[in-house]
Design a protein around this ligand. Sequence first.
Ligand SMILES: NC(=O)c1ccc[n+]([C@@H]2O[C@H](COP(=O)([O-])OP(=O)(O)OC[C@H]3O[C@@H](n4cnc5c(N)ncnc54)[C@H](O)[C@@H]3O)[C@@H](O)[C@H]2O)c1
Length: 316
Amino acid sequence: MKRRVLVTGGAGFIGSHVADAFLAAGWDVAIIDNLSRGRPKHVPRGADFRQLDAGAPEARELVARGRFDVIAHLAAQVVVPVSVADPLLDAEENLLALINLLEGARDGGVRRFVFSSSGGVIYGERPPPHVETAPKLPASQYGVSKLAGEYYVACYQRLYGIEAVCLRYSNVYGPRQDPHGEAGVVAIFGQRLRDGRPITIFGDGTQTRDYVYVADVARANVLAAGAVLPVADGSPDATAINIGTGLQTTVSALGERMMDVAGVRVAVEHEPPRKGELSANALVIAKAQVVLGWRPEVELPEGLHATYAWIAGEPA
Ligand SMILES: NC(=O)c1ccc[n+]([C@@H]2O[C@H](COP(=O)([O-])OP(=O)(O)OC[C@H]3O[C@@H](n4cnc5c(N)ncnc54)[C@H](O)[C@@H]3O)[C@@H](O)[C@H]2O)c1
C-alpha cells in the first residue's frame, strides 16, 4: 500500500516542491493550504488539495481521520517583520495551528511529524557555522515561535510516541518563491533584474547567508519522512537537523552573481541595515548526512540559473 503524507502549506513556495518530491517518490499526497500566500497554480497535479486553515477544527479532524503516515508541516506565517509587528498573529499561525495538527496526529495515530523550522533566526547573532546543539538566541518573535514549535513537536514525541523531525533550513531559494514579501532576496533581486530596476541592499552588503536550493530542501523532507531515526533523548536539539550548504555568500556577491546570470547590470542602492537582521549565517550539515544520507546537490550558480529562468518566464 502507498504511504500517505499530508503536506501543509503545499500551495506555497517550499511546500509545493515538497509535495512534488513526495509524489515523485510514490507517496499518496494530500495538501492543505489557506492560500494566504500560496497559489493554487503551485499545487501539483496528483495531489489531493483542500483549501483549509491549519488552525481550523476541520484540519485537526482531517489529520485524525486521514490515515496519514507522515505530516510534513510547512504552513506558517513566514515574514519576520510581521512577527515583530503582530506577535499574536505569528503565535496563532505558528504555534496554535501547530498544536491543532499535533492533537489531530495524536488522535489519528500518525507515525511521524516533520516540522519546518529555521536555521537562521533561532541561532541568532552568534558566529556561524551553527551546529544543532549551539545555544539559541532567537532574533525575532518568528524565531521564538519556530523554536517553541520544535519543543512542542519533541514533547509530542515524548508523550505520545509521534516520531519527530525538525528540519532547520537556512535561506531557501528557487522557483515559485514570492518576490513580494520581505524575505527571499534571490526572488526579489531576480524580479528587479528582469525588470531592469536597481537592486537594494540593506547595510553594506557584507552580511552572509547560506543559500540552499529548494529541490534539495524538498528531498530532505522525503528522506526525513522515511529515514530510520536514531534513538533520541526527546530534547528538541535531538530531533533537529540543519538543512543548508555550510557555505557563506555575501549579499553583495549574490547580487553580482545574479547580474551575471541575468546578463544585465543594474545600479546597487544601499539602505540602512534592518533591525533584527543577522550579520552572518551558515549551518553545519554533518548531521543531515549521517541521519538522512542527505547532502545538497545543486550548487549556487546552477540554482540561480534555474531560478532566474523561472522568474523571467513569469508575468511582470
Ligand atoms: N523560505 C525560507 O528560506 C525558509 C527558511 C526557514 C524556514 N522556512 C519555513 O518553511 C516553511 C515554508 O515557507 P515558504 O518560504 O515556502 O513560505 P510560503 O509563504 O511560500 O509558504 C507557506 C504556505 O503556508 C500557507 N499558510 C500560511 N498559514 C497557513 C495556515 N494557517 N493554514 C494553512 N496554510 C497556511 C500559505 O498560504 C503558504 O502557501 C515555513 O514553515 C517557513 O517558516 C522557510
